[in-house]
Design a protein around this ligand. Sequence first.
Ligand code: IFM
Length: 457
Amino acid sequence: MANIGFPKGFIWGTATSSYQIEGAAKEDGRGESIWDRFSKTPGKVGDGTNGDVACDHYHRFRDDIALMKSLGMQAYRFSIAWPRVLPSGRGKVNPAGLDFYNRLVDALLEAGIEPFVTLYHWDLPQALQDEGGWTQRSTAEAFVEYSGVVARSLGDRVKKWITHNEPWCTSMLGYEKGIHAPGIKDFRSALAASHHVLLSHGWAVPVIRAASPGSQVGITLNLSPAEAASPSAADYDAFRNHDGYFNRWFLDPLYGRHYPADMVADYIKAGHLPAEGLTVVKPGDLQAIAVPCDFLGINYYNRAVLRSDKVPEAENHPRTVFLAPESEWTEMGWEVHADSLRRLLTRLHLDYAPGKLYVTENGASFSTGPDAQGRVRDDRRLAYLRDHFLAARKAMDAGAPLAGYFVWSLLDNFEWDRGYSQRFGMVWVNYETQQRIPKDSALWYRDVIKANAVSEP
Ligand code: IFM
């Protein structure tokens, strides 16, 4: 067994998000979010649950921080609930909401854990959705106001900021497929939403920097390393389209390359855009989106293998197929494929040359629970994490400037449209009692952090 070391200063942490863990949905002046509304709409969340209580982190954050400290976490990525801070999305600030995050940040720093703050992890104030949500430019303006309020309050202590988590999910799951809040199924709206999310990022970066001097600001994308199922021209075209839809649509404008022309052409041809193209893009927008950032955050879970045939009428995109039936799968139905993380990080380095990368999320859903002795032997999660850490290390050898890694997630939590049926945590949560039990993967991760090294199997 070789011990594979990571560079000195490499940051090891874990990640969560507000709606998935906080609970306290109606406390201290918090406004309604699109996820409150969506999860309470019958049929939207598989197990009929919602985030009203979740992991009750709002009341238990001190214990959760003590737990992180005991596991040796160096950094903690969490998100701010916009409707706690600005219950109507803009205008009147709710001081109690800001106080919660001030207490959280202070307690983290006291525990020696660096806060990485995500400003938007999907809980848009419902009041903004009532005006059209991310399909409207005014939501991007409201996001800048909100970012300024948060950065002015926390910016003396928070030095790592992430504007958005996974703009693809915000726009495509929320407005194209309708399986996430706000549950809209209209591809043209989704394309408008994607532009306004990116625009709000570009506009917010200088505001955050001004309010939080010396800080580093970036954005997190969920990317889909893709490959063609065969060397045929048709499958290659399916790959091109998927890569454009999932990856280049977001990466290209962020790195100053405009929206990919081949995708705009595809969307015009399919009638998703008018002949004039992306009319939501106004003069100056692309320069704003391409604001230089300090880092790019990557959330990686699985790869996509693309085949051109049998595209059902209702789908806008080529069929994604998962070959390799001998593969292992997580309980989300996602293929385990660590080498695609290496490929992804290497490709980003070669194609876009970000100054710094973080894996801001990576993890696996396995429901293994406590045995008779109360121990959670989640061997498959442990192996998943080990293989992905090693794959990331190989990408670093190939030059990818990876500076840190955040395991998704600290706690089992509310997995959006899947409710509590999926468990991604390194820490088991008993939702009846709110008891936490670090799983074997968490104890193993503690040793990785301590050694700053991973043992090869
Ligand atoms: O739980 C989510 C998280 O909110 C965003 N990234 C993917 C995770 C697993 O689905």
